[in-house]
Design a protein around this ligand. Structure first.
Ligand SMILES: Cc1cc2nc3c(=O)[nH]c(=O)nc-3n(C[C@H](O)[C@H](O)[C@H](O)COP(=O)(O)O)c2cc1C
Length: 197
């Protein structure tokens, strides 16, 4: 069964969570949603133990989160725009994925991003085009799409007239990818079974 992991990088229970929550309801697969602010994620100390062993020297909730990333076929990251970048909470998470750097652990997994900014969409685009694109490339993820919302207040996105239509578009796109992945996985399974006959 194909699996989807949704990650909220917002320090508050706000717009990113609302959008991710609505997508979560509409996707059809095994799924998990996590809120980074509820997790114990320490700063990367730069010790680079992970460069030699693929293991992190820090013991906190990040171990469980790295396992979830390996488990997932599709990863959806929802994040606010903070100074045209991701907030420190999500940056800490990104830094702590360094054990995957130059490995194939996440290779080919699909990445979708949702960025909410209080200002112009053109600015929030920079969050996905820089921070998240580099994160995706460094881990050999397949960055399939990014979506933007322009909302400042904690739940302003609920007033956004295009919210439901955009969520439907995102969920449809994810469900199509999941279906394609599940067909490929079944083909792989049949192929292996056939070779073992
Ligand atoms: C520290 C901080 C920096 C921000 N920087 C930007 C910014 O550079 N551009 C922007 O469009 N919005 C910026 N915002 C506004 C947030 O992106 C906006 O409030 C968004 O709705 C937050 O998403 P959330 O509700 O999911 O946390 C900033 C907000 C904070 C608290």
């Amino acid at each position: 069964m194909v699996k989807c992991l949704l990650i909220s990088g917002s320090p508050r229970k706000g717009n990113s969570d609302i959008v991710l929550g609505k997508i979560f309801e509409k996707i059809e697969c095994e799924k998990e949603i996590i809120y980074l602010r509820d997790k114990d994620i320490k700063h990367c100390t730069g010790c680079l133990v992970c460069a030699k062993s693929d293991k992190c020297s820090i013991k906190d909730d990040m171990g469980e989160l790295l396992e979830l990333m390996v488990w997932a076929d599709v990863i959806v990251i929802g994040t606010p725009n903070y100074f045209d970048n991701v907030p420190g909470l999500l940056k800490d998470f990104i830094d702590r994925t360094n054990p995957f750097y130059e490995t194939d652990m996440l290779k080919g997994k699909k990445l979708v991003s949702i960025v909410v900014g209080g200002g112009k969409i053109v600015n929030s685009r920079r969050v996905s085009e820089h921070a998240l694109t580099y994160f995706s490339n460094a881990h050999k993820l397949d960055f399939v799409d990014s979506y933007y919302f322009s909302d400042l207040g904690v739940d302003d996105v609920l007033e956004d007239k295009s919210l439901d239509a955009t969520v439907d578009t995102i969920a449809l796109m994810i469900n199509e990818r999941l279906l394609a992945l599940s067909i490929l996985q079944n083909l792989d399974y049949c192929n292996n079974a056939f070779q073992n006959l």
